[in-house]
Design a protein around this ligand. Structure first.
Ligand SMILES: C[S@@+](CC[C@H](N)C(=O)[O-])C[C@H]1O[C@@H](n2cnc3c(N)ncnc32)[C@H](O)[C@@H]1O
Length: 429
C-alpha cells in the first residue's frame, strides 16, 4: 500500500475503532523502510489529528452524502488529502494523484473518481478553513474548551494554543554515566543545539532528532522524557536503602529515573497492563538498572505483595492525559466528557488503597499528565478531607516557585502539562 493508504488506515483505526495513534501508527510504519517516508506518514496522521474539525468540515462540504460503513476509510483518506493541500508543501498534483491511487489500493476502485474530484475541487477553490464555531476555530472538542474556560478563565486560550504546537524533544541525562554538563558538551560538539531544563537532569533539544544520532544513546547515556515528567523522581526524592513502589510504572520512564538518581533504592515497579509492563523491563535493561517488575493492580496490593509497607510511593495515576495533547493530539477525539468523572473515581480508589501501604512518616507523590482540576487539585483536596493522617508537603521547584501542589500547564517552560502533589503520612506513634 502507498503511504497515503497507510495513513488513512491509521487514522481510521483511531477515529472509527478507538485505537490510540501511538499504537496504530507503528503498525502502518512497519510497511515502510525509508525513515523519511516513516516521518511523512507520522506527519500526515498527527497533522490530521491536530486540525481534524476544519478538515472534516471542508471535506464534508464537498460530498453530496457522507460515506458509511466500510467506505468510511475513504472519508479518512480525504482528510489526509485535504491536509496535504492546506498544511504541507507537497505539490498539489502529487498529493492528489497519490491519494487517488491510495483509494484504489484500499479496494475502493469505484470511488477513485470521487476522491479525485473532491480534492481537485478543494485545490481549485481553496476555500478558507471554517472558524464558524469554537470547535472549528480552535480545533478542540467543545467539552474540553468549556472545561478549560471554567478552570483557567485567563489562560484557556494560551493552553489550547500551546496544545496545538509541535512539542520539543527532551532528554534525561543518565547521571550514572556522565554529568549533565558533560553530555551537553558532547551534544554541542556535534552541533546539536540545546538548553537545560529546570529539573536536575533535563536537556531540551532545539530541534527533534532521531535518537540514533544522539551520542551513546544505545549505551544508555540518555533517555527521551519530557521535562515535566522528569520532576517526578526529583520530587519523590527516594533515599538509598528505601523500599519504593512505582504503582503505575509502565513504560517505566520514572522508575528508571528514580534508580538513576539513587542506585541503592529497592524499587518495585507495578502495572496492570502486562504488554506495557514488558517495556519497563526493556528500559531497565537498556540502562543496566534493576527493579522488581510485577504485573498487578495498584488498587489490590495485597494480591501481589507480602512484604513490608513502602517508604515512598510514586502514584503516576491513569488520567485523561489532557496535559500532553501536543504530543498525542488524538486524545482530543478519543476522550469523552464522562471519562473525567470515571478517571477521577479510579484515581481516588487507587490513591486510598496505596495510602494503606505507605509506612507512617512515608511520602506519596501523586502525579498526572492532566490539566483537569477534578483529577488534580480537587482530587487531592478531597483526599485530604477524608484522610486524617495525610498532609501536603510544599513543592519547591525553583526559587520563585514554591506551592502546596503544582499544576504545570502545557508549554510552561516548554514542558508538558503535569500535576504533582507530595503527601506525607503523619506518624502518630
Ligand atoms: C501515566 S501511565 C504511567 C507512566 C509511567 N509512570 C512512566 O513514567 O513511564 C499510567 C499507567 O497506569 C497503569 N494502570 C492503570 N490502572 C492501573 C491499576 N489499577 N493498577 C496498576 N496500574 C494501572 C496503566 O497501564 C498505565 O501504564
Amino acid at each position: 500500500m502507498n503511504l497515503r493508504a497507510l495513513a488513512a488506515t491509521a487514522v481510521y483505526a483511531v477515529l472509527e475503532q478507538g485505537q490510540s495513534l501511538s499504537s496504530a501508527l507503528p503498525t502502518q510504519q512497519q510497511a515502510l523502510s525509508n525513515p523519511k517516508d516513516k516521518a511523512l506518514l507520522a506527519e500526515l496522521c498527527y497533522g490530521v489529528m491536530r486540525v481534524l474539525p476544519q478538515l472534516d468540515q471542508c471535506v464534508s462540504a464537498c460530498l453530496s452524502k457522507p460515506f458509511k460503513g466500510k467506505q468510511r476509510i475513504i472519508h479518512q483518506l480525504l482528510l489526509i488529502g485535504c491536509y496535504q493541500l492546506y498544511f504541507t508543501r507537497i505539490p498539489a498534483h502529487a498529493a492528489i494523484s497519490e491519494t487517488a491511487e491510495a483509494c484504489r489500493q484500499l479496494g475502493h476502485e469505484s470511488l477513485v473518481k470521487v476522491v479525485n474530484g473532491v480534492l481537485r475541487n478543494i485545490q481549485r477553490q481553496q476555500p478558507p478553513l471554517s472558524e464558524a464555531n469554537s470547535t472549528l476555530k480552535y480545533n478542540f472538542p467543545a467539552w474540553i474548551i468549556k472545561k478549560l474556560q471554567a478552570a483557567y478563565p485567563e489562560q484557556w486560550q494560551q493552553i489550547i494554543d500551546n496544545s496545538q504546537q509541535r512539542p520539543p524533544m527532551w532528554l534525561r541525562n543518565n547521571r550514572q554515566q556522565q554529568s549533565r554538563e558533560q553530555y551537553c558538551q558532547q551534544l554541542q560538539e556535534q552541533a546539536i543545539a540545546i538548553s537545560v531544563g529546570s529539573s536536575d537532569d533535563a536537556i531540551m533539544l532545539q530541534n527533534p532528532i532521531d535518537v540514533a544520532q544522539l551520542p551513546a544513546f544505545n549505551a544508555g547515556a540518555v533517555s527521551v522524557q519530557d521535562g515535566a515528567a522528569q520532576w517526578a523522581a526529583q520530587l519523590l526524592d527516594a533515599q538509598t536503602g528505601e523500599l519504593v513502589l512505582d504503582a503505575c510504572a509502565a513504560p517505566g520512564g520514572k522508575s528508571c529515573h528514580i534508580l538513576e538518581r539513587t542506585p541503592g533504592v529497592q524499587l518495585v515497579a507495578v502495572d496492570n497492563d502486562s504488554k506495557r509492563l514488558a517495556r519497563v523491563s526493556q528500559n531497565l535493561q537498556r540502562l543496566g538498572l534493576e527493579a522488581q517488575v510485577i504485573s498487578g493492580d495498584a488498587a489490590a496490593i495485597n494480591t501481589w505483595w507480602q512484604g513490608p509497607k513502602f517508604d515512598r510511593i510514586l502514584l503516576d495515576a491513569p488520567c485523561s492525559a489532557t496535559g500532553v495533547i501536543r504530543r498525542h493530539p488524538d486524545i482530543k477525539w478519543l476522550r469523552k466528557a464522562a471519562d473525567i468523572t470515571e478517571l477521577s473515581q479510579l484515581q481516588a480508589q487507587i490513591l486510598d488503597h496505596c495510602w494503606q501501604w505507605l509506612r507512617p512518616g512515608g511520602i506519596l507523590l501523586y502525579a498526572t499528565c492532566s490539566i483537569m482540576p477534578e483529577e488534580n487539585h480537587q482530587q487531592i483536596m478531597a483526599f485530604l478531607a477524608r484522610t486524617a493522617d495525610a498532609e501536603l508537603q510544599p513543592i519547591t521547584a525553583s526559587q520563585e516557585n514554591c506551592s502546596l501542589d503544582w499544576q504545570i500547564l502545557p508549554g510552561q517552560d516548554n514542558m508538558d502539562g503535569f500535576y504533582y502533589a507530595k503527601l506525607r503520612k503523619i506518624d502518630t506513634a
